[in-house]
Design a binder for this molecule. Sequence first.
Ligand code: HEM
Length: 500
Amino acid sequence: MEIISFIPSWFLPATLFLFLTSIFMYVLRWRSSSIKLPPGPPRLPVIGNLHQVFGSKDNIYQNVWNLSQTYGPIMLLHFGTQPFIVISSTEMATQVLKTHDQKMCTRPYSKASKRLSFNYMDAAFAPYNDHWRDMRKVLASEFLGAKRIRSYKNVLKHEIECVVRSLSLNSSSTTVNLDEMFLSLINNVVCKAALGDHTYREKTFNGRTLMEIVDETAVMLQGSFSDNFPAFAWILDELTGWNRKLDKCFNDFDGILQMVLHDHLDRKDTKTSDQENDFVDDCISRLTSDEIKALLMNVFNGSTDTTATTMIWAMSFIVKNPRVMQKLQNEIRSCVGGKPRVDESDINKMTYLKMVVKESLRLHPPVGFLMTRECISHCEIGGYDILPGTKVLVSSWGIGRDSRTWKEDPTEFLPERFENIQVDFGGKSFEMIPFGEGRRGCPGYNLAVSTVEFTIANLLYLFNWETQVGKNEDLDMKLAGGFPFIRRATPLCLVPNKYN
Ligand code: HEM
């Protein structure tokens, strides 16, 4: 009798299965033991490193920067159960934003970003795909293209004129809250350029103005418990009312923008040829309603708070440094001559002004971490493995203050340092990255910088600025603790004195 006849029929397939499984397990173990993750501080169960990031008295950007001084420019932190790679040097940022940009250029999923971008119909939170590419092109041509920029700049000029008039009426007798003034100025300009009429700012839906609703979308976009504790925190989102709040925020945002779209559709046929098209007019024939609303969310959230915050910090630094204010005013006044206002063409001659705005963006980029990215496929950065799905935070706050790059007093406000260092925001240099870089870099950086320069130049041309009490040098520069914007802890309140 042949021996094979004693072997049961299941034996061979079972042996083969066990053999293949053990090979698979071996390969898996070998692979995971050969994966080299970046170093990071020890973490606590459940909360991960949240206590080290949010727990101490410094702001979170400084806390993360301090950790990076111990664990290195590429470091692994856990926010709740979610791993994040944090990048804190020019060299590592170049790897992420340039060398491996294509593998690092998607955005992570979050409940709020999905909902408020109308299921990722937008250009900022959408994953890296053809639709994102199309939306970014529409934004670049329809909001940031030459025609719209021309009309945006006319609106800006008009709004600055209104601000100057109102300041002149009360000059030297009244303190002005510049936080409110800059935010109102930029909201008016963006509303007019995007929607055709700045009075939309005050339109209400369910008792709230457009700008109040936009502010709430920004808060919701900061995320929820379940973004950082996906396994169990959905129940916290439900119990804390976060889910209901998101529903309401979305419904109000959708509702008010639907009103705007209706208005535009209604007046489309009655429009005369001398009436200029706004952003919505130009999008209405080529995009769906959801796409237009999602892009408007990007325009409002992308350009208003960021630009206003940049102006506030730039003015704070200028006023706190009388030497800089004097030098800047001398430059502005000599470039403008005796004209009543600064013209856009004058700005090109103002080299010191450009250095001052850059220096302010270096020390206080309004967004301390670039928008979170997510790794698409495995890559190696700084000798460490970055696995697909890993979230990546790049610290523009830390990179702008890194003493390896900024050798001369990195924490001092010293615009003259740019006489020797060539830095631009268009993807060539990574020494400071307030606008990010690469495929997902900010498409609005040119507009933002020119808006800040033009506004500051006009305000310094026409007025001398003083603090309410004490000396200008004593101006308090403390930071508020919030996220994602780097804001002042106290509003910037100054007294303008009209310059003859
Ligand atoms: C001072 C003003 C501004 C600052 C500091 C700023 C900063 C940033 C930063 C840090 C990012 C993320 C970049 C990255 O992930 O690499 C970003 C993205 C973006 N910004 Fe800006 N921004 C400003 C003004 C604007 C303006 C005026 C617009 C005009 C609409 C705009 C639209 C966007 C959009 C759409 C994105 C997403 C790009 C993408 O994911 O493809 N931003 N911005």
